[in-house]
Ligand binder design. Structure first.
Ligand SMILES: Cc1cc2nc3c(=O)[nH]c(=O)nc-3n(C[C@H](O)[C@H](O)[C@H](O)COP(=O)(O)OP(=O)(O)OC[C@H]3O[C@@H](n4cnc5c(N)ncnc54)[C@H](O)[C@@H]3O)c2cc1C
Ligand SMILES: NC(=O)c1ccc[n+]([C@@H]2O[C@H](COP(=O)([O-])OP(=O)(O)OC[C@H]3O[C@@H](n4cnc5c(N)ncnc54)[C@H](OP(=O)(O)O)[C@@H]3O)[C@@H](O)[C@H]2O)c1
Length: 501
């Protein structure tokens, strides 16, 4: 139904994508952003900035590559490096907002206080506080894009003695840069990506950095584990996790082994307790300390929903991480409230496309029973696939989840048919990485530039590496393209036969 009014809460990467998709689907978005700028978490902030809510440290660089960390119709410029510093991601987001003229739909310094459905469920009242004044609005649909990492977890109760510790303790979200930690003895508790990044950075300035856990995860278990162990033996370095690779959050800290081998970083077992001046570990050893950094992650909440159990239950159950199943009408969607084993930008953008189509009535949701059964089934599977960790209930495998949502929309690329009319493209899709553009090749939301974006991916990756011109004497590849294509086609057919059989 054209002209439906949609409220988008938050102008981070999820909110920007939601505004853009709203416009494409012919809906009228109004985005409320509590701060004075776009970008959400990616915007580096220091205390004293308006409504300080920064979670990024000065050096934070994405661990998802630029080709994967893009909206599905807006590749990163080829001049950008392959892994982007937070300032570069902000540059990309500003270019995106400007290109699609999104900023005029955003009301900055406007914090959403409450979201209440009308008794006839026809629309929703939204109360917004803008520079001290409260204003109310009525919307046909709500997109909640307020973020997954809203509240730091500081599990002091799990660390006996922390209250008598006379040094300093902080959460990783308060860390900005290493200068003031010069010469200190520091322990980083919890080794997710924040813990690994901080330990590496602090090892340059601290007199000693200690880590007390490590959990890496990556691609296909056996293959990736072998590859990783070929680089350095995780067991020897004290970094071998207790689980298989794919069953937990990926921790990527390429420099960590160098810091361990040079003794600047020490890996220790769990902290048993803190004394006034030290930490005692599970193995009985003790280390003097000046600073404890809890890199123990984040949790999320939606205070504007006022804990309304008729909207969202205590487990935040959502059908495919988007729709609360109990609503009488699907007028509320959550975007970006999941942890894909991959990048957030394309995932939340695809969720927005599906949500808009449900708002418009172009897509229908199953019955409440059907949705609840799906949620239950997924939770059971989650327990088997990932470590059954109550802190990580929003994890999904990237490709599988993207395929699932794109199938809802009816835009899943049909590989056999692409193979018939465009073998070059099919080969790139089949053998190449699962870039976001391939989800805009066909069906609703089809983008004319998708094919080109896929085929020029390599050029964008290589360009920033070629910062000086080298004269190359090597002859071009002697294998002709037709032979490569024929081999690829044969491999493709064999794979299909194996899968079907
Ligand atoms: C340290 C760190 C590094 C990360 N690195 C990567 C990475 O390399 N690659 C990757 O894909 N992901 C990474 N992530 C995940 C990251 O969370 C997502 O990439 C992305 O920032 C999520 O965007 P979002 O828009 O969903 O939420 P956010 O970025 O949190 O944005 C939410 C926005 O909503 C606004 N808001 C909240 N409540 C209200 C309200 N009541 N009223 C109005 N406005 C409101 C906030 O002000 C904010 O602007 C990282 C996360 C962290 C913490
Ligand atoms: N460079 C980058 O791109 C970058 C940098 C930082 C963060 N990130 C992303 O940002 C998100 C948040 O990362 P994060 O590292 O801040 O959080 P995280 O991934 O949730 O990691 C938190 C770590 O703390 C541990 N922990 C939590 N509670 C604990 C307790 N009571 N006792 C001991 N250990 C405890 C966790 O162990 P369990 O696993 O057992 O819960 C985990 O190892 C992730 O998606 C991450 O990929 C990316």
């Amino acid at each position: 139904m054209p002209g439906k009014r949609i409220a988008v809460i938050g102008a981070g990467v999820s909110g920007l994508g939601a505004i853009k998709i709203c416009l494409e689907e012919g809906l009228e978005p109004t985005c409320f952003e509590g701060t004075n700028d776009i970008g959400g978490l990616w915007r580096y902030q220091v205390r004293g900035d308006y409504e300080w809510q920064g979670k990024y440290y000065k050096s934070a660089t994405s661990n998802t590559s630029k080709e994967m960390t893009t909206y599905r119709d807006y590749p990163s410029p080829d001049r950008f490096p392959n892994y982007l510093h937070n300032s570069r991601i902000m540059e990309y987001l500003r270019m995106y907002a400007q290109h699609f003229d999104l900023t005029k739909h955003i009301r900055f310094l406007s914090k959403v206080h409450s979201v209440r459905k009308r008794s006839d469920f026809s629309c929703t009242d939204v109360l917004v506080e803008t520079t001290g004044k409260q204003e109310s609005y009525v919307f046909d649909g709500i997109m909640v894009c307020s973020g997954l990492y809203t509240e730091p977890i500081l599990p002091l109760q799990n660390f006996p003695g922390i209250n008598r510790f006379k040094g300093q303790y902080i959460h990783s979200c308060e860390y900005r840069s290493p200068e003031k930690f010069q010469g200190k003895k520091i322990i980083v508790v919890g080794i997710g990506n924040s813990g690994a990044d901080l330990a590496i950075e602090l090892s340059h300035v601290a007199s000693q950095t200690i880590l007390n856990k490590f959990y890496p995860t990556f691609l296909i278990n056996r293959w990736a584990e072998n590859k990783l162990n070929a680089r350095f033996n995780h067991d020897v370095y004290g970094l071998l996790p207790k689980h298989r690779l794919l069953s937990h959050q990926a921790t990527c800290g390429d420099d960590l082994p160098n810091h361990i081998i040079s003794g600047r970083a020490l890996i220790k077992s769990d902290v048993r307790e803190f004394t006034e001046t030290s930490a005692i570990f599970g193995d009985g050893t003790e280390e003097d300390l000046d600073v404890v950094i809890f890199a123990t992650g984040y949790t999320f909440s939606f205070p504007f929903l006022e804990n309304n159990a008729t909207v969202l239950d205590s487990q935040h159950s959502m059908f495919k991480f988007v729709f609360p199943p109990q609503l009488e009408k699907p007028t509320l969607a959550f975007i970006g409230i999941l942890q894909p084993v991959g990048a957030t930008i394309p995932t939340s953008e695809l969720q927005s496309r599906w949500a808009m189509r449900v708002f418009k009535g172009s897509n229908k949701l199953p019955s409440v029973r059907g949705m609840t059964a799906d949620i239950r089934r997924k939770r059971k599977r989650f327990g088997k696939e990932f470590l059954n960790n109550p802190r990580k209930t929003c994890r999904v495998q990237y490709v599988e989840y993207m395929d699932e949502i794109v199938s809802e929309i009816g835009a899943k690329p049909n590989l056999p048919s692409i193979f018939l009319w465009d073998p070059k493209l099919a080969i790139e899709i089949f053998f190449g990485p699962c870039t976001p553009y391939q989800y805009r090749l066909q069906g609703p939301g089809k983008w004319a530039g998708a094919r080109r974006a896929i085929l020029t991916r390599r050029e964008r990756i290589i360009k920033p590496l070629r910062s000086r011109t080298l004269i190359c004497d090597q002859p071009p590849s002697s294998v002709p393209f037709w032979l490569k294509s024929a081999c690829a086609a044969l491999l493709f057919v064999l794979t299909l036969v194996i899968i079907k059989g």
